[in-house]
Design a protein around this ligand. Structure first.
Ligand code: NAG
Ligand code: NAG
Ligand code: NAG
Ligand code: NAG
Length: 695
């Protein structure tokens, strides 16, 4: 069966020259095996014509599978050291390499004591080029693979079919296609699947209150799990420019002084609950004086987030000498996360050779308090107008109703009243939060916006008709379905902040993990295959988006240092510098900062750009052609502003950036990476390899 298929293929498709070559090779391969079954069933599987499953697509130039070994030679450099429970594997689009599934990736064999040299000899054959990348994994108690680090470059390693038969070179872990945009040295942490994360965050001005010690005391901190099983990994990140990263704890502990930012990250298997001890020392690297310790118990980590307030005990005693106030975050994997695969990661995919992008703020701009915009903000109509004005992307605000439906709206709530109530002035209205209403209640609500001197009713725009592009509260899914894929999106996820004064901006009771999951799921289902960046003013939402998925990049939105607004309690949100540190530490794409941070010193944007981070700018002052141009010259990633129709690029730009079909095909990869699709929607089938001329 196999042979006859091969022969007919050969006769159909291969030139005489190839036929001769094939006939020469065949007996040679046969000698690897016994004659009775030249190809055993297992081998047959491995030698299958690569696109056997899509016989229609087999091109006229398909080449039969010549059984040869492929050798993968890998070396770990860049000071990468494996933990004893870590192993190396190769994954690829070829079935023999597991079709990008983590659990089917093929382990390499270690070759030296340092575990830096690895190799694999595998039967593989391909009639088309194939792609592959290396990864480091460990196993949990159930034997499931945990993805620790992987080559997440947008561009995977590629082997042309004719290169199969060349002697193999040496691959360096993490270095794939250094000269290619989207390639180069890059390693990523895997997304969460069988583990969850607890972050203990020193991100406020004051965390310790210890009797007899000044707030300026220099501490060293060590976090220890108090479990019997060795199933907890702890990393810590102390922010400093260009050195912010989660690393294993050192024996001396991590330095901490009031006002610095230190975040502990704990990885644990699902359904595992451990207690922890935080040991607090005073002094330097070489001399440590124990101050005390604080104990944290599993039942204290309730829900997705919270604040621990725990006593600090004198070492080995039960006398309380102070108190530790420490916010925490718990990040769970997404439901059905197994669908995701290793085909690519988009976390860092936003090449810095792209032009500065023009991004419409809430569409054509904020409309409720600035009467000069005729289109209502955050409506599909307003978004569509951005593309007409040759804008490249739209920024929009998304939050969830009580029944977890993602809707577009900027404020945390709005003013409303009873159905037939007569409204004379603002005192007849009450404020209601989006999270307090389910979607049908929201759509049945009267909507008022309170302006300085007047109040205006918008109920006529709160319609249900999905074809009505001017309606307010469009669902996120409707936005994805209606907008063309050539219009990029910055999807800003709303979450109320704690202000530095201690007051909450608004309240939120929905489960934060479910909240974020719902938005990711809606986006994978309806929004994949387009340029899209998640954003949030909430650093924890950014962390969650980063840890839960690898399909969409993430940026931190930030006001930074401002005279206009009150600061947040979270130090990570108080300056551009800390936003850059956060982006580096959390391994996200970058940040979107308020323009006020750069007013007198535009060059400051380089703090982020020099670290290859995306830097977007936003703010009212940006409605100024000259200012926009000044930042374009500095190559910022994007400018988010109002009134694209008046100050935007319509007069000089030939076309919006994402018009290029190649780009859309590229982002189409998101649908495959997330497991929502097996092929890129609308993309043409891969062309067969063009074989080089034989001499
Ligand atoms: C040939 O190989 C098959 C499968 O690999 C094996 O079952 C069989 O015993 C072998 N025959 C001889 C003669 O070695
Ligand atoms: C929304 O809330 C209303 C009033 O509480 C209730 O009657 C209705 O069933 C809810 N709808 C959904 C879809 O949950
Ligand atoms: C950041 O650190 C790396 C490695 O230490 C160094 O090569 C690079 O020049 C630094 N970049 C900046 C902008 O300081
Ligand atoms: C992808 O999402 C669409 C839209 O809901 C859904 O109909 C489809 O079944 C999903 N495909 C896969 C493979 O999950």
């Amino acid at each position: 069966m196999y042979r006859s298929l091969v022969v007919s293929n050969v006769l159909k498709s291969i030139s005489i020259l190839w036929l001769l070559l094939v006939l020469q090779l065949l007996p040679l391969c046969g000698s690897f095996f016994n004659e009775s079954s030249v190809f055993g069933p297992e081998k047959l599987q491995a030698f299958k014509v690569f696109d056997d499953e899509q016989p229609d697509q087999i091109s006229g130039r398909s080449f039969i599978c010549v059984p040869l070994f492929r050798i993968f030679n890998l070396e770990l450099r860049h000071q990468i050291r494996l933990a004893p429970d870590e192993y190396v594997a190769v994954s690829g689009d070829h079935p023999a390499l597991g079709s990008w599934h983590l659990d089917k990736a093929v382990p390499l064999k270690e070759q030296d004591k340092d575990r830096t040299k690895w190799y694999l000899r595998i039967w593989i054959c391909a009639t088309q080029r194939f792609y592959y990348r290396y990864l480091i994994y460990s196993r949990n108690a159930q034997g499931k693979r945990i993805l620790r680090r992987w080559e997440g470059q947008k561009v995977a390693r590629m082997l042309q079919a004719y290169e199969m038969y060349r002697s193999p070179g040496l691959d360096i872990f993490g270095e794939a296609y250094p000269t290619s945009v989207g390639g180069g040295f890059s390693l990523e942490r895997g997304w969460l699947q069988y583990e969850y994360v607890i972050e203990l965050k020193f991100i406020w001005q004051d965390h310790f209150l210890i009797s007899g010690l000044s707030s300026k005391t220099k501490f060293r901190l060590i976090l220890t799990p108090l479990n019997l099983m060795d199933d907890t990994r702890i990393e810590v990140s102390r922010y400093s420019y260009n050195h912010s990263a989660f690393r294993p704890q050192s024996k001396q502990g991590v330095r901490y002084t009031q006002g610095s930012i230190v975040v502990f990250r704990i990885y644990q298997p699902l359904e595992t609950y451990n207690a922890f001890r935080l040991s607090i020392y005073q002094g330097s690297k070489d001399f440590r004086l124990s101050v005390g310790e604080a104990y944290m118990f599993p039942e204290q980590f309730k829900g997705s987030r919270g604040i621990l307030q725990i006593p600090i005990l004198a070492s080995l005693q039960t006398i309380s000498i102070g108190e530790l106030t420490l916010p925490y975050l718990v990040v769970h994997p997404m439901p059905k996360v197994e669908a995701g695969n290793l085909r690519a990661s988009f976390h860092q995919y936003w090449p810095d050779n792209w032009p500065t992008l023009d991004v419409g703020h809430r569409g054509m701009g904020a409309s409720y308090f600035q009467s000069s915009t005729s289109l209502t903000e955050n409506t599909i109509e307003s978004f569509l107008a951005v593309e007409k004005a040759k804008g490249d992307m739209v920024q929009l605000d998304v939050q969830l109703t009580k029944d977890y439906v993602p809707v577009i709206w900027h404020g945390f709530g709005f003013y409303t009243s009873g159905k037939d109530q007569q409204i004379r002035d603002r005192f007849d209205l009450r404020y209601v939060l989006i999270r307090e209403l389910n979607y049908s209640e929201l759509k049945a609500s009267r909507v008022f916006i309170l302006k300085r001197w007047t109040l205006q009713e918008y109920t006529h725009l709160n319609v249900k008709d999905p074809s009505q592009n001017g309606k307010i509260f469009p669902k996120l899914s409707e936005v994805y379905e209606t907008l063309p894929k050539t219009l990029g999106l910055i999807v800003e996820i709303k979450w109320p902040q704690l202000m530095a004064s201690g007051v909450l901006e608004s309240s939120q009771t929905l489960n934060k993990n479910v909240y974020v999951d719902k938005i990711i799921q809606t986006t994978i289902q309806y929004g994949c295959g387009r340029p899209l960046i998640f954003a949030s003013f909430d650093a924890d939402v950014c962390t969650m988006l980063r840890l839960k998925q690898h399909v969409f990049p993430v940026i931190l939105m930030s006001i930074g240092d401002s005279r206009i607004w009150d600061p947040y309690m979270d130090l990570r949100a108080q300056s551009f510098q800390e936003a850059v540190n956060f982006a580096q530490s959390a391994e996200i794409l970058g940040s979107a900062m308020h323009i006020e941070n750069f007013q007198s010193k535009h060059q400051l944007v380089n703090l982020g750009l020099d670290l290859h981070q995306a830097v977007f700018l936003w703010g009212n002052h940006l409605q100024d052609e000259q200012l926009l141009e000044e930042f374009r010259v500095l190559d910022v990633t994007g400018l988010i502003y109002d009134h694209m129709d008046k100050v935007g690029p319509a007069s000089w730009k030939r076309s919006v950036f994402f018009r290029a079909p190649q780009l859309l095909e590229l982002f189409g990869g998101q649908c495959v990476v997330s497991g929502n699709s097996t092929s890129i929607p609308g993309a043409k089938p891969v062309k067969p390899t063009i074989w080089p001329k034989l001499r």
